[in-house]
Design a protein around this ligand. Structure first.
Ligand code: ATP
Length: 360
């Protein structure tokens, strides 16, 4: 197992179009550290540079500048054979140079550590329910998508990698299987800890698997932390909107006399150094919008029962803006009903209306 250190990594691609060349900055000045045995998830919208970052960490592409180190040794100074990278992509394919030495390399290694290996393979087989034959030599075309992914993960683990890199490994399998594959992978990583970077656009997957989550946008890491840190203390509106389901309500407003006033709600105290008239957005989660007889009128547009969480999620339309809220599961409510809503003054997040940076 290794630590992974990424220091000021940059990578751009040149796109050739009829109108001329255009530089795409895929990864911009990214630094991070993954400690031994830790699983770091990288989340972010499509095209934000997640896969490029992962490929740079895996040494599959060369950065324009910056460094990747395993255990404080520069990746390009570690011979290919000693890198010990297990990489699982969407389609279950392993990195090319891995496949090439699959049979020879793996069986040599088996022989070298013959006492340890059968037991390890057996334990992996037990957790995954995948037989030894599948683990070692079933051809991908003989397996379904879900099976292929599980075999790819198990096979990579059987080789005792120093580092595990995942690029949306379960995105092509159906939702039910994805859930169980996720649980299985978590159990495997508990049993055989491997320093891992896990790229996904699915925050539920990130929460289930990772110790920490890195949120990326436009090639940059915006914030790294536990899910709880990102959820309760987002550094920007982008992180607040990306983390948490349903998405946080963002209400536009302005500062007046040390308080925030929006189109519908207002009177919440803000930082005293903010000037009157400053544009500030309020972030308020659905559970912090409440029913209040003195509140503001809004029409119920959609109702989504959330059985597991014992509440209903409503989308409401006020006279000037819309928002989401939770109500108890036993509240009788129909589309078109008019409810009176207020905002709990706790847990409010304020963001600069221009930069999106958190300001309270
Ligand atoms: P997704 O979630 O859709 O897979 P991503 O966050 O993984 O996206 P990347 O695949 O890293 O994003 O792509 C980042 C940017 O770099 C995109 O604009 C993409 O078009 C561009 N890009 C990625 N690989 C190449 C390449 N080999 N050549 C040119 N441009 C590329």
């Amino acid at each position: 197992m290794s630590t992974i250190t990424v220091h000021r990594l940059n990578k751009k691609f040149v796109h050739h179009a009829e109108t001329g060349e255009r530089n795409i900055i895929a990864v911009h000045d990214v630094s991070l550290k993954v400690t031994e045995g830790e699983v770091l998830a990288v989340v972010g919208p499509s095209g934000c540079g997640k896969s490029t970052l992962l490929r740079l960490i895996g040494g599959l592409i060369i950065p324009d500048s910056g460094e990747v180190l395993y255990d404080n040794v520069l990746l390009n100074e570690i011979p290919l054979m000693d890198r010990g990278i297990g990489m699982v992509f969407q389609d279950g394919a392993l990195v090319p140079h891995w496949e090439a030495r699959r049979s020879v390399g793996f069986f040599l290694w088996l022989r070298k550590r013959e006492y340890e290996v059968p037991e390890r393979v057996a334990r992996i087989g037990k957790i995954t329910g995948i037989g030894l034959n599948d683990l070692l030599d079933r051809m991908p075309r003989q397996l379904s998508g879900g099976e292929r992914q599980r075999v790819a993960v198990a096979r990579a683990l059987a080789r005792d990698p120093r580092v595990f890199l995942f690029d949306e490994p379960f995105s092509n399998i159906d939702a039910k299987l994805r859930g169980s594959a996720r649980v299985e992978l978590r159990r495997l990583l508990n049993e055989f800890p491997v320093t891992s970077v896990y790229v996904t656009h699915d925050q539920h997957e990130a929460i289930a698997l990772a110790n920490r989550i890195a949120v990326m946008n436009e090639g940059q890491i915006i914030q790294i932390g536990t899910f709880e840190q990102l959820y309760t203390s987002p550094r920007s509106q982008f992180v607040a909107e990306f983390i948490g389901t349903p998405p946080i309500n963002i209400l536009e407003g302005r500062v007046q006399g040390h308080a925030w006033y929006g189109r519908t709600f207002g009177g919440f105290e803000v930082r005293h150094d903010l000037e009157d008239g400053a544009a500030v957005n309020l972030g308020v989660r659905a559970q912090d919008v409440i029913l209040d007889p003195e509140g503001e009128n809004a029409v119920v547009r959609t109702i989504t029962p959330m059985y597991a969480e014992h509440h209903q999620l409503l989308e409401l339309e006020g006279s000037r803006e819309s928002w989401r809220m939770h109500v108890p599961e036993d509240l009788e409510v129909r589309r078109g009903d008019i409810l009176k809503c207020a905002i709990k003054p706790e847990n409010l997040l304020f963001f600069d209306g221009k930069t999106g940076q958190r300001i309270g």
